[in-house]
Design a protein around this ligand. Structure first.
Ligand code: TYD
Length: 135
């Protein structure tokens, strides 16, 4: 079965002489109702974050400043995306294994989530994840 690993999203970028303003509305630009926002900053190019899959959560990642890379896999297919533009989002469906790395020192990675935080929906062991995806 082909599993969607990700989808790139492009947000409206309103700019004038005062600067830029990017809009992402839940259920319109974001393909779910946003329940949670968190952001990752202060990481650098020696760090690998993520390394998990979520049973229920969908996410949209936006590097609102700086850049980072995301590698996504469903246990078979594997793709890497570079995030470096504030008006670009990376939609990640549930049950995709993700790793975020190569953070620039100024990286601020904004994450929009479809769920409230629930540690019990995280799969943090890759072998367990790969076995689930084989069945
Ligand atoms: P972690 O899952 O390791 O972050 P990431 O995989 O995105 O690098 O989470 C780091 C810590 O933050 C961990 O103690 C759990 C906590 N946390 C919350 O309490 N709520 C949240 O929404 C998230 C994403 C993490």
């Amino acid at each position: 079965m082909i599993h969607e690993l990700y989808r790139k999203l492009y947000f409206s970028d309103f700019g004038d002489e005062r600067g830029k303003l990017v809009v992402a509305e839940g259920d319109i630009d974001i393909p779910f109702a946003i329940q949670r926002v968190f952001y990752i900053y202060g990481s650098d190019d020696s760090v690998v974050r993520g390394q998990h899959a979520n049973r229920n959560s969908q996410f949209v990642l936006i590097n609102v400043a700086g850049s980072s890379k995301v590698t996504l896999t469903d246990g078979v297919n594997r793709e890497t995306v570079t995030l470096s533009r504030p008006m670009e989002g990376l939609y990640i469906p549930k049950m995709v294994w993700k790793e975020m790395y190569d953070f620039s020192s100024d990286s601020v990675l904004l994450v929009l989530a479809s769920t409230h935080y629930d540690e019990s929906e995280y799969i943090r062991d890759y072998e367990e994840y790969a076995a689930m995806m084989r069945t």
